[in-house]
Design a protein around this ligand. Structure first.
Ligand code: SAH
Ligand code: SF4
Ligand code: F3S
Length: 452
């Protein structure tokens, strides 16, 4: 495989993007070279997502495009990685003849062998899930991205079995990565001048390696690297550790932003979803977050139109979102997935039209909440970590606040990777506009009250 070029196209969640960086590392250690487009590559990989029907259809369409590319270039290899691998391997290899290689999320170390099998004229598949694999010893290679912010996987799989969700089936059992391998990766990022790390897992608050829990991990990372910022995604509302809230409140480099997916605002719906908390318990947790971390920014995931959803349950979701006033929300129409509890035991019986209407109502309300929340930011000062040039103008920079809001401001003398104190002057529902005040450090900024 020496000198062959490869291209990885990634769909799905941040975990999948982090996995593609692990695959980069595995391929490059074989002497293969990453390229920036599918057209230039000898091997194209698609790292896939199964979370909703439309995520899968995008991948299928893309694979069909690659099939025509294969027709004009006999030696081109196409591989499917990630969450769709197990479910569709037969379809992919036998019936549709779309791809040569199928590799599940726990089998990436096997890719070099699989490529060799394909060179011998065979179709190669490994979709075995593992109880141990965490790729702990592999240093991910970040070929795309901004060079300032990075994702670090701290665990794999999920044992929660929410009734709607396919992840436990595509990614297997939950397992945590050893603390020292996580800290080693953060140290490498620090040496490469990265400034922000988001620790990733499908349920980060169940991180447990030997006697180290998630709060302990955050404590270690943030005290070892005081000029790096730390975020995490996603925690589960059912067992959110209170000591972590206190730690976030007192550590300037633990970001005051928590993504805390509710899924629904109705207790009866949450029960059907197998989310083991009630609306009331969720709201108590939110109050606790706000009391312990003043100014904390919150975001959520919401599903509209899950099985048997009544109009009242939908209104309960609307009222929960209205009560919490999230700064950001990822909102989806329910999409039935094979093998899940919902697919086996419930009926996907909310008509498509009703799902769409409810989703639209949810999104519309959320946009107006965000607009209102962002207006309140005008006049405040935030510490912004510059991630790069703004999409709209190269005279402007773009970065994020500690509270995860995007801020655009004039470039002046500032550079990518700088922490800049910015005063907010204007806003939309998605972006803040500001004026830079001065370059700063995390510690210095925090001697000034952020919410003055
Ligand atoms: N582990 C993460 C979620 C990963 S999936 C967590 O629990 O926070 C991201 C989001 O996709 C979920 O939070 C849920 O809102 C949504 N989702 C999952 N399965 C879905 C389905 N079948 N239909 C629609 N949305 C779904
Ligand atoms: Fe899916 Fe629930 Fe696990 Fe999140 S916690 S990945 S929604 S099963
Ligand atoms: Fe998709 Fe798999 Fe992530 S299903 S959301 S890529 S865990």
């Amino acid at each position: 495989m020496m000198n062959k070029t490869f291209y990885i196209e990634t769909y799905g969640c941040q975990m999948n993007f982090a996995d593609s960086e692990v695959v980069n590392s595995i391929l490059m250690s074989q002497g293969m070279l990453p390229v920036q487009s599918a057209e230039e590559a000898d091997v194209i990989f698609v790292n896939t997502c199964s979370i909703r029907e439309n995520a899968e259809s995008r991948v299928w369409n893309r694979l069909k495009e690659f099939r025509s590319l294969k027709k004009s270039r006999g030696d081109l290899m196409v591989g499917v990685l990630g969450c769709m691998a197990e479910r569709v391997r037969e379809q992919i290899i036998d019936k549709e003849k779309l791809v040569d290689i199928v590799v599940g999320p726990d089998a990436y170390r096997d890719i070099p062998n699989l490529l060799a099998e394909v060179e011998d004229g065979r179709k190669a598949v490994n979709v075995l899930l593992s109880l141990e694999e965490t790729y702990a010893d592999i240093s991910p290679v970040r070929t795309s991205g901004n060079g300032v912010t990075a994702f670090v996987s701290i665990m794999r799989g999920c044992d929660n079995m929410c009734a709607f969700c396919v992840v436990p089936f595509t990614r297997g059992r939950e397992r945590s990565r050893p603390l020292e391998s996580i800290l080693r990766e953060i140290d490498e990022l620090n040496h490469q001048d990265y400034k922000e790390v988001t620790l990733l897992g499908q349920n980060v608050n169940s991180y447990k390696f030997e006697n180290i829990d998630f709060t302990h991990l955050m404590d270690e990372a943030s005290s070892l690297y005081p000029e790096m910022r730390f975020r995490f995604s996603s925690p589960h509302p059912k067992d959110f550790p209170e000591p972590l809230l206190h730690l976030i409140a007192e550590r300037p480099n633990l970001c005051s932003y928590i993504h805390i997916p509710a899924q629904s605002g109705s207790s009866s719906m949450l029960e059907r979803m197998k989310r083991p908390y009630t609306r009331e318990q969720y709201l108590v947790l939110i109050d606790k977050m706000r009391a312990i971390i003043p100014g904390v920014s919150l975001s959520t995931d919401i599903i509209a139109g899950f099985c048997d959803e009544t109009e009242q349950e939908h209104l309960d979701t609307m009222s929960l979102m209205h009560a919490v006033e999230y700064d950001l929300a990822y909102m989806f129409a329910y999409s039935e997935r094979e093998r899940t509890l919902a697919q086996r035991k419930y009926e996907d019986n909310v008509p498509e039209k009703v799902k769409k209407r409810r989703l639209t109502e949810i999104i519309r309300q959320q946009m107006s909440i965000q607009e209102k929340n962002n207006k309140k930011e005008i006049g405040r000062r935030h510490l912004v970590l510059v991630e790069g040039t703004s999409k709209r103008s190269d005279q402007q920079l773009s970065g994020r606040t500690d509270t995860n809001k995007i801020v655009v401001f004039d470039r002046e003398k500032y550079l990518k990777g700088d922490y800049v104190e910015v005063e907010i002057t204007d806003s939309t529902s998605a972006t803040l506009i500001g004026t830079p005040v001065e370059k700063s450090s995390i510690a210095r900024f925090y001697s000034v009250p952020a919410y003055a």
